[in-house]
Design a protein around this ligand. Structure first.
Ligand SMILES: *[C@@H]1O[C@H](CO)[C@@H](O)[C@H](O)[C@H]1NC(C)=O
Ligand SMILES: *[C@@H]1O[C@H](CO)[C@@H](O)[C@H](O)[C@H]1NC(C)=O
Ligand SMILES: *[C@@H]1O[C@H](CO)[C@@H](O)[C@H](O)[C@H]1NC(C)=O
Ligand SMILES: *[C@@H]1O[C@H](CO)[C@@H](O)[C@H](O)[C@H]1NC(C)=O
Ligand SMILES: *[C@@H]1O[C@H](CO)[C@@H](O)[C@H](O)[C@H]1NC(C)=O
Ligand SMILES: *[C@@H]1O[C@H](CO)[C@@H](O)[C@H](O)[C@H]1NC(C)=O
Ligand SMILES: *[C@@H]1O[C@H](CO)[C@@H](O)[C@H](O)[C@H]1NC(C)=O
Ligand SMILES: *[C@@H]1O[C@H](CO)[C@@H](O)[C@H](O)[C@H]1NC(C)=O
Ligand SMILES: *[C@@H]1O[C@H](CO)[C@@H](O)[C@H](O)[C@H]1NC(C)=O
Ligand SMILES: *[C@@H]1O[C@H](CO)[C@@H](O)[C@H](O)[C@H]1NC(C)=O
Ligand SMILES: *[C@@H]1O[C@H](CO)[C@@H](O)[C@H](O)[C@H]1NC(C)=O
Ligand SMILES: *[C@@H]1O[C@H](CO)[C@@H](O)[C@H](O)[C@H]1NC(C)=O
Length: 698
């Protein structure tokens, strides 16, 4: 710069010398550049030279204002403007000198030369006075940049200095006016700042005499951004007892704080946004809200995440089929419990389904459904399961008849009609052509399967028309007639023990027979048990007499202490309260009957040549019997003890009096009903009593 100035000075001197003496026209030239920069407080000279006329009048202007005038080489001193006298001086050659120039002397200076007759000439200088730049500070408005704000301004201030040029930098890169930046005055405006504007800003301030760079770190507040919520392990649902963590992160400056909220409650057990859920329960299922907050800007955001905790329904699905008004079929499927509830459907019946834990579907009855298995599918996120049900029409059945005696002495006959069917069959009852009506005589059980008929008089049952029970469900019906019969015995047998001292009678009763009890009758010598006590019995040994009475449910009787050498006849009389039925066949036991006369005749007819052998055989048997009789005489005593025991067990005198008084006296059935039927069951305890009363029996 300095050498350039010198060169210009030199060239102008040469120019002046070249045209010296031409004297044709007044002209003025700057010596050196017309643009002069100077530091405040220094000495500066705006040097000029002129030619074309001697001693012209010279005036210096600052802008349009004259600051000094002088007639060159005159004796009077230059006239300098009042305020500038300390600074300005006009040199002998007309140059203007500034001494210790202050800053405000910056301006355009024009020198004008005039000489009468020779016109005028002028030249203009531009003088820039600079101060060195000092103590620059960068401030911001507002304090923090914030994402989303309209603008953010950086502004510099300085203690002193004249800035010729300023350059703004961001992270070392030069900034220019653009859509994002506006550089104006002493400020840099960032329009709509974003998080990317965070960094180091600097401004370089320059003039020809100094340059200063000032930095400022700018942070941009932003966020929280939309939080990202993650579940680990990531699953569409969790089973009861599973463990998982929810994490929640959100970008932002300063770092946002995270809160987890569930059902309006702020949860506490999380660290850095990670919520730890162990052994989850269905009650913990629901919407979890992660809430993130920027502590400085107080901006807040939320994100919801749904936790599904599922639990298997209880047990297995259960299928059933019912009848609706005994007309339509209602298939039902149940699978209760579970979270969520299982989805139930009958795919073969319909494509609708239910999630209420129970699903019913009604169809009109059709043979299509008879014995057809209908499957219900239960779908649950955890498990798929199924059940099935098969509807069927009533099948063949046998009515059952049971007879009891009510406490009031009435015979109660219960007819039961049960037919296997699905849905369960409903039974309708009729008597002849009339429907049976519930009343005092006829009682139909609430489930309709039983009809109870009550009457004192057996003829009521027998004279009445046959009963009909019809079992029906929506798929069909089955009908049966019940023909009640009077007391009767269908089959009976006698089983003796080895010694021939005890027999067991068993019998059967037709299924529809009305029986409330049985008389066991015997013909033959008295039972040994009665020998000692009752002399009368011997007299009736040729007639049937009642030896035991049994309840209607009994199907066997034991008779004790027969004399193996005697012949006994037994029969069973079925009874309906006071009415006797036909006796059973007669069962005979004893030696006399083992080979009756007719039997011997038969044998003789078949094998006539072996009569001798037979006689010998009979003789042998006789001898054997004789010996056995002798032997049993000896063994009788301990047995009679048992009889004694039996006698002690039966303190009841009534049956004995019946035995004594003959056969046909009517038994007291009401009494029978009340006495425990266990009598025959107690008898088989052949436990000898401790007391030995042998003498009485002999
Ligand atoms: C300016 O000139 C004056 C005399 O006119 C002198 O005393 C002074 O030292 C000069 N200043 C500088 C900075 O050269
Ligand atoms: C300039 O100075 C003279 C005397 O020194 C004074 O009379 C005059 O008023 C001043 N002019 C201005 C404009 O100050
Ligand atoms: C000085 O002159 C230049 C050019 O002639 C002009 O651009 C500038 O504005 C002037 N300065 C002042 C302070 O008048
Ligand atoms: C300006 O800066 C200088 C050094 O850089 C320091 O000594 C001075 O105190 C500062 N002045 C002000 C007003 O800050
Ligand atoms: C930037 O533009 C503004 C007006 O739009 C203007 O005032 C300013 O001088 C310009 N700055 C630069 C460095 O171009
Ligand atoms: C700006 O930040 C950088 C590092 O980020 C640091 O080295 C520098 O000192 C900071 N400047 C100011 C002015 O705070
Ligand atoms: C969650 O809690 C369990 C037990 O409390 C612990 O073992 C596990 O490390 C925790 N996990 C996290 C991610 O905090
Ligand atoms: C999150 O869930 C809560 C409660 O269920 C509800 O009030 C809020 O509006 C939900 N927020 C969003 C973003 O869905
Ligand atoms: C019906 O269910 C039983 C068990 O309840 C199963 O054994 C049988 O296989 C099922 N039948 C069909 C046809 O699904
Ligand atoms: C019907 O009811 C009677 C008595 O009320 C009962 O004994 C019988 O078991 C019942 N039958 C069914 C199939 O429920
Ligand atoms: C039983 O009923 C029949 C016919 O109804 C009647 O003749 C008979 O006298 C009745 N017997 C008794 C003991 O009531
Ligand atoms: C009753 O049923 C029996 C056999 O079940 C039958 O022989 C009799 O004729 C029927 N009586 C009436 C009146 O239908």
């Amino acid at each position: 710069m300095k050498w350039l100035e010198g060169f210009q000075k030199l060239s102008s001197v040469l120019f002046i010398l070249t045209f010296q003496g031409a004297n044709c026209q007044l002209a003025v030239f700057p010596i050196g550049p017309a643009l002069v920069n100077a530091l405040a407080g220094s000495n500066v000279t705006l040097a000029v030279s002129f030619r074309g006329a001697p001693d012209p009048v010279l005036t210096w202007f600052k802008g349009n204002l004259p600051v000094g005038t002088w007639t060159l080489n005159s004796n009077s001193p230059p006239d300098i403007a009042n305020g500038s006298r300390d600074v300005l001086r006009i040199e002998n050659n007309g140059s203007l000198t500034f001494k210790g120039v202050p800053k405000h002397f910056t301006g355009n200076y024009t020198v004008e030369l005039t000489k009468s007759g020779l016109g005028q000439a002028l030249v203009t200088f531009t003088l820039n006075i600079f101060e060195s730049i000092q103590n620059v500070t960068l401030s911001t408005q507002p304090d923090f940049a914030q994402e989303g704000a309209e603008r953010f301004t950086l502004q510099y201030t300085m203690l002193q200095g004249v800035v010729e040029q300023e350059i703004w930098y961001f992270n070392g890169g030069k900034l220019k006016n653009s859509t994002r930046y506006l550089i104006k005055g002493r400020s840099l405006v960032i329009l709509e700042p974003t998080r990317t504007d965070r960094g180091s800003y600097s401004v370089l301030l320059m003039n020809p005499f100094s340059s200063v760079t000032t930095h400022r770190n700018v942070t941009v507040l932003y966020g929280p951004d939309e939080p990202t919520v993650e579940a680990l392990p990531a699953q569409p649902f969790y089973k009861l007892g599973d463990s998982l963590v929810f994490s929640c992160q959100a970008e932002g400056f300063p770092k946002p704080t995270v809160e987890w909220v569930f059902m309006g409650q702020i949860l506490s057990d999380f660290h850095q946004g990670v919520l730890n859920l162990t052994n989850v329960q269905t009650s913990q299922g629901g919407v979890y809200t992660c809430s993130v907050l920027n502590g400085l800007t107080e901006e807040k955001r939320e994100k919801n995440v749904t936790l599904n905790v599922y639990e298997r329904p209880l047990g297995n699905p259960v299928c059933s089929v019912m009848s609706v008004n005994n007309a339509n079929l209602q298939y039902q499927c149940m699978w209760a419990g579970g979270t969520p509830q299982a989805r139930l459907s009958f795919p073969t019946l319909s494509n609708t389904s239910s999630v209420a834990g129970i699903f019913s579907f009604v169809v009109p009855p059709s043979t299509n459904f008879d014995k057809r298995t209908i499957i219900c599918i239960g779908e649950h996120p955890i498990e798929q399961n199924a059940c099935n049900i098969t509807a069927s029409s009533p099948i063949n059945f046998l009515p059952a008849v049971k007879t009891t005696v009510d406490p009031d002495g009435k015979i109660a006959v219960t007819i039961q009609c049960v037919s296997e069917a699905s849905p369960q069959a409903v039974v309708s009852w009729s008597r002849g052509d009339e429907a049976v009506i519930n009343g005092s005589m006829y009682q139909i059980s609430s489930n309709t399967t039983q009809l109870k008929i009550r009457s004192y008089n057996i003829t009521t049952f027998l004279l009445t028309p046959n009963f009909t029970c019809t079992c029906h469900n929506p798929l069909g019906s089955k009908k049966k007639q019940v023909h009640l019969e009077g007391p009767s015995i269908s089959d009976s047998s006698l089983f003796p023990n080895k010694e021939g001292t005890i027999i067991t009678l068993t019998w059967e009763v037709p299924p529809t027979s009305i029986v409330t009890g049985f008389d066991i009758q015997m013909k033959g010598p008295d039972l040994l048990s009665n020998n000692g006590n009752n002399a009368m019995t011997t007299g009736s040994s040729n007639e049937y007499r009642i030896i035991q009475q049994k309840t209607g449910s009994a199907r066997s009787a034991d008779v004790f202490l027969l004399d193996p050498d005697s012949t006994y006849r037994f029969r069973i009389i079925p009874k309906a309260r006071l009415t006797d039925g036909d006796p059973s066949e007669v069962h005979i036991i004893g030696p006399g009957e083992g080979l009756s006369g007719s039997a011997i005749a038969g044998i003789a007819a078949v094998i006539p040549c072996s009569i001798l052998v037979l006689i010998l055989l009979i003789g042998l048997i006789f001898i054997i019997f004789y010996l056995r009789k002798k032997k049993s005489h000896q063994t009788r005593y301990p047995v009679s003890r048992t009889v004694d025991k039996v006698k002690n067990i039966q303190p009841n005198a009534t049956p004995r009096s019946i035995l004594n008084g003959g056969l046909r006296s009517p038994p007291d059935y009401n009494r029978l009903q009340k006495t425990p039927p266990e009598r025959s069951e107690i008898l088989p305890t052949f436990v000898p009593p401790p007391t030995v009363r042998v003498a009485t029996t002999v």
